[in-house]
Design a protein around this ligand. Structure first.
Ligand SMILES: Cc1ncc(COP(=O)(O)O)c(C=O)c1O
Length: 466
């Protein structure tokens, strides 16, 4: 954008900020109160990553509707950044929580439904063996440990632009000049040199993947089937078939992080596209948003994991946390697998997501803006570039952080929530055609508000928060 475009955008963004302040007096007051006791004024500092002048405080979230402290209702397309992908507080989960809360929360012993839940996990996601964790970050960390333990190989392989949670080994970037591994500059308090043990290659780049694997020292490739945290970047046709074959050829395990791509289809992307992973991680929405993550693996992996554990001296494995697999989580996970992870729910989500995608595409085409929409099942992203990105560098090259922030606040001020980290929209079974119509009407207003800005591609890369 030119300087005058940027000035215009800042001026209209200023108006949006004033509008938020005027219409959210209660959130503004709560933000001031919370400032006294919380770092950055919020229980988790990411909650300040929304583009509003103060944090939106939530009074209630039900179905696909969120109501803020000021009584304003929002069509929620953020859905807790996937945690609430099946809608907020589904009745089946609320019931299971109530029932189990009266029968014990955590015992360091399996509840009587453990075997049933294991069976449901297998039926839903296709892998026979399972372990539990409290978050996808934890699950990924544990799987990396298992992968290194059973292969006796030190190296990890990830894609540039990946995000697998607060997992130190993966918080790295690719040096665009050398192809080497760089510490991610934004990570706080990092003293370990992950360049020594993590390789990074561009997504959709089979030759780079092969080069990284063929040294024969990679324990596993940890990957999302599509990048979802650095803009939505889908795999090229045939990419995974060949990537999977390369992993096998070079003795590296394939760990599929389905935490976000579970939005693709019932059972996740890997199941729908037969990626045949050695390990799979699912967090966030697996138990409808209650803190829970699971990792599944093949019988072959299970055998090797048992051997590794039995061969190790007595003591801490470095895998697991006290509350993982607790009775409350198991009860809720059972309800979630039985009532939320269903073909009927996915059919509803995918149908409505395609209506939203088409509505956005039609409007973009009519406006002449060089933007696109990329969709993966129930998840889609508005991208301020004319083509679907192929890798993280492509996203960096086209980033427009000010336009993105404006879009988010503009929509929030008109009752529509997008995911704060990028312009991601998720459709839940509770989302209605009215919610979609509301988003599209606000998108029309957004395009009208941006008419003063010329429809030209971005030139300046922008920083991202995560
Ligand atoms: C693909 C993926 N894996 C893992 C995580 C970590 O999830 P959590 O923050 O719940 O640990 C995230 C979080 O956004 C994610 O997107």
């Amino acid at each position: 954008m030119t300087h005058s475009d940027t000035d215009t955008l800042r001026a209209i963004q200023h108006t949006e900020r004033e509008r938020f302040i005027a219409s959210h007096p209660r959130s503004m007051a709560l933000a001031r109160d919370a400032q006294q006791h919380y770092l950055f004024g919020v229980p988790l500092h990411w909650m300040r990553d929304w583009p509003s002048p103060a944090t939106l405080f939530v009074a209630q979230a039900q179905g696909a509707t969120l109501t803020c402290a000021d009584g304003v209702g929002y069509a929620d397309f953020c859905l807790g950044d996937t945690g609430a992908m099946f809608g907020h507080s589904p009745p089946a989960l609320a019931h299971a929580i109530g029932e189990q809360a009266a029968r014990g929360l955590t015992c360091m012993l399996p509840a009587t439904n453990a075997a049933v839940v294991g069976g449901l996990l297998s039926k839903t996601f296709g892998l026979p063996m399972w372990q539990m964790a409290l978050s996808a970050s934890d699950a990924n960390r544990f799987v990396l440990r298992w992968a290194r333990a059973i292969t006796a190989r030190p190296q990890l392989l990830v894609f540039d632009g990946c995000y697998h949670g607060a997992v130190d080994d993966t918080l790295v970037d690719m040096d665009p000049l050398t192809g080497g591994t760089l510490p991610r500059a934004s990570v706080l308090g990092q003293v370990h040199n992950h360049a020594a043990f993590t390789r990074v290659v561009p997504f959709n780049d089979l030759p780079a993947l092969e080069t990284a694997l063929k040294q024969g020292d990679v324990a596993c490739l940890l990957a999302e089937p599509a990048l979802t945290n650095f803009g939505l970047v889908p795999p090229d046709t045939g990419f995974w078939e060949q990537a999977r074959a390369l992993c096998r050829e070079h003795g590296a395990l394939f760990v599929c992080d389905e935490t976000h791509t579970v939005s693709t289809a019932l059972g996740g992307y890997a199941r729908a596209h037969r990626l045949d992973p050695d390990f799979m991680v699912v967090g966030k929405a697996v138990a409808g948003g209650l803190p829970c993550a699971v990792y599944g693996f093949t019988h072959d992996m299970a055998e090797r994991m048992v051997q590794a554990k039995n061969a190790a001296p007595e003591g801490h494995s470095g895998i697991g946390t006290t509350l993982a697999g607790n009775a409350l989580t198991l009860a809720v996970l059972q309800a979630s697998l039985e009532h939320l992870h269903t073909a009927a729910n996915y059919a509803k989500m995918l149908d409505l997501a395609s209506v939203l995608e088409q509505g956005l595409r039609d409007r973009i085409a009519a406006s002449g803006r060089p933007w696109t929409v990329t969709r993966l099942g129930a998840r889609m992203e508005l991208q301020f570039m004319s083509h679907t990105p192929r890798n993280a560098q492509d996203v960096r090259d086209h980033a427009q952080s000010e336009l993105e922030a404006f879009t988010h606040l503009f929509m929030l001020n008109r009752g529509v929530l997008l995911t704060p980290f990028h312009s991601m929209m998720l459709v839940s079974p509770a989302t209605t055609l009215n919610d979609v119509a509301q988003l599209l009407a606000v998108f029309d207003e957004l395009l009208a508000a941006l008419r003063a800005l010329p429809a030209r591609p971005a030139t300046a890369p922008a920083s991202r928060s995560a």
